[in-house]
Design a protein around this ligand. Structure first.
Ligand code: SF4
Length: 538
């Protein structure tokens, strides 16, 4: 046993290595990226297979193949990646998981680098599989290891849910001895992996039957900790994940300002929710405050568990902020403590203020030149619609470019442009990065080609998944042309342009011609991301 300082993401990575994984897969996305970065570095030193995949769905499907062979696999993604992986994820609950399968989903409350605040605990509940939610790096390590055991015990995948502040903060972790990898072992009855209706109905019944044992497991899990002794039983607090830390940070002030005993408390880190413990902590309570990071997952469900006379406080009711992250200050409000700003004026605490840093493209980024080209090419064309996608180039929606009218999810730019043209918009442009195109833009382009939709897809090919740390795209730029032609785009309507300042005017003329073409055209703007180039040279 020894100590090591790890990011929350790294603790998940090392926990999975020490749990004996044979492979890990994922798609980069903040705040989850560092999990697989760590495992890929280990793979390059001779560790288990670790690979970025085309998207989260293909990553989970590869992991299923590992599990069917009796071996353990980890899949990593950010919360919105769960939407992409949802098809195999929900279905995998119905399979008899063989080798342990763990999905680490990193949620981003506050949308530091995301398009929404969705909470992955809903997916675990939807799929009827266990979920573990660590509150510090030590738990991230230990719960990752445990998640594989639980997966093999109940033969279901397990969701490990972390959030930004845990993923990206570093703390000391005590490590346990690593476990060996599983041997290859195919199950005697592979019909449990075959979701034909005949078998799927049987498997679904088996999943329902498993719920009793899964609930019994979470109902007595040591992380679901009840604190009743010497507590105020009138006021109960239920915490989860980082909410537990923020609550504890305020306990000294709770005693100092409110006096008396601190509230009865239940901390939840293992789901399904431990209903008996919830009833116990609220047994004598008039009020219960729920402090959970993300959406009001626990709070919503309390109404079905507790009598109506107990008032439930939290995000739905308005005691805590409904959007954005929690922090020790916001939690103070729910606890009826004075805000630190008032304590500041009394000289009790000091809170440093930091300047805001609006996001912007790097100086000299190829996307700046591409946006300038697009602006010139589309000038005066009406009606015009420009849709865009997820990546550094999403900043094209902000000043000084403001050249984009819609950004929704990975790959959506292509379909939205096609829809705009179907709606009667004469000039419909989609803007997408090379990696996002491979992730989920290709099916949209197939649809557009099949319908001969008058759209222009602009692929900003910077040879990098730049926004998440310059990972390599799944295929090199040199093969994009043949891929696009293979989808049915006519060679005379596939432009390849250098995204350079000195080429803007010439490129704009060529692009304008393609925007006016009454069918599908694609413009590949090529220049390597500056950060990727720097990384490659270092
Ligand atoms: S990281 Fe690369 S793609 Fe992103 S803004 Fe900087 S130069 Fe542009």
């Amino acid at each position: 046993m020894h100590n090591i300082a790890l990011l929350g993401d790294e603790a998940v990575a090392l926990g999975s290595l020490h749990a004996g994984i044979s492979a890990s897969y994922g798609y980069p996305g903040t705040p989850s990226t560092e999990i697989l970065e760590y495992l890929i570095a280990e793979y390059e030193k001779g560790g288990p297979v670790a690979r970025w995949c085309t998207n989260e769905k293909t990553a989970l499907e590869a992991a299923l193949g590992i599990s069917f062979a009796g071996r353990r696999a980890l899949v990593t993604m950010k919360h919105v990646g769960m939407n992409v992986a949802a098809d195999p994820f929900i279905n995998s609950g119905l399979l008899g998981i063989n080798g342990g399968l763990v999905i680490a989903a990193a949620d981003d409350p506050g949308m530091h680098s995301s398009q929404n605040e969705q909470d992955s605990r809903f997916y675990a509940s939807f799929a009827m599989v266990p979920c573990l939610e660590p509150r510090n790096q030590q738990e991230a390590y230990a719960m990752t290891r445990e998640a594989f055991e639980v997966s093999e015990r109940f033969h279901v995948p397990v969701l490990l849910r972390i959030t930004t502040r845990l993923a990206h903060a570093r703390a000391a972790v005590v490590l346990e001895n690593p476990r060996d990898q599983n041997r290859l072992s195919k199950a005697p009855d592979s019909t449990q992996w075959t979701l034909l209706p005949l078998y799927a109905r049987r498997n679904y019944e088996a999943l329902i039957e498993k719920q009793t044992n899964i609930r019994a497991w979470s109902g007595v899990h040591e992380v679901n900790k009840l604190e009743l002794t010497d507590r105020d039983r009138n006021f109960a607090v239920i915490t989860a994940g980082l909410g537990g830390n923020y609550y504890e940070e305020n306990l000294d002030d709770f005693v100092r300002f409110r006096g008396g005993a601190v509230p009865a408390r239940l901390h939840i880190g293992a789901y399904p929710m431990p209903e008996a413990l919830i009833q116990q902590v609220c047994e004598k309570a008039e009020q219960v405050l729920v402090i959970e990071e993300g959406q009001p997952f626990i709070e919503e469900r309390l109404r079905g568990i507790l009598p109506q006379k107990i008032s439930v406080l939290g995000k739905l009711e308005g005691t805590l902020n409904r959007t954005g992250e929690l922090d020790p200050d916001t939690v103070r409000k729910g606890l009826g403590l004075p805000q630190r700003s008032s304590m500041l004026t009394q000289g009790i605490v000091t809170v440093p203020s930091l300047p805001g840093r609006p996001p912007q493209l790097c100086q000299g980024c190829p996307h700046s030149d591409s946006y300038e080209t697009i602006k010139q090419a589309a000038a005066g064309l009406e009606p015009l619609s420009i849709t865009a996608d997820i990546g550094c180039y999403s900043l094209g929606a902000l000043p000084p470019y403001q050249g984009v009218e819609s950004i929704v999810c990975m790959g959506a730019s292509v379909g939205m442009a096609k829809g705009a043209s179907d709606a009667g918009i004469t000039y419909a442009l989609g803007i997408i990065g090379d990696s996002t195109f491979l992730h989920s833009g290709i099916p949209g382009l197939i649809d557009a080609v099949e319908a001969n939709a008058p759209i222009t897809l602009i692929i900003l090919d910077n040879s990098s998944v730049a926004m998440t740390g310059c990972q390599k795209p799944m295929i090199p730029s040199a093969r994009l042309r043949e891929l696009i032609l293979g989808l049915g785009v006519q060679p005379e309507h596939l432009l390849e342009l250098e995204a350079k300042k000195q080429c803007i005017e010439e490129n704009a003329v060529l692009l304008r011609e393609e925007i006016r073409h009454p069918g599908v055209s694609v413009a590949l703007f090529k220049r390597e991301c500056l950060e990727a180039a720097r990384k490659r040279r270092s």
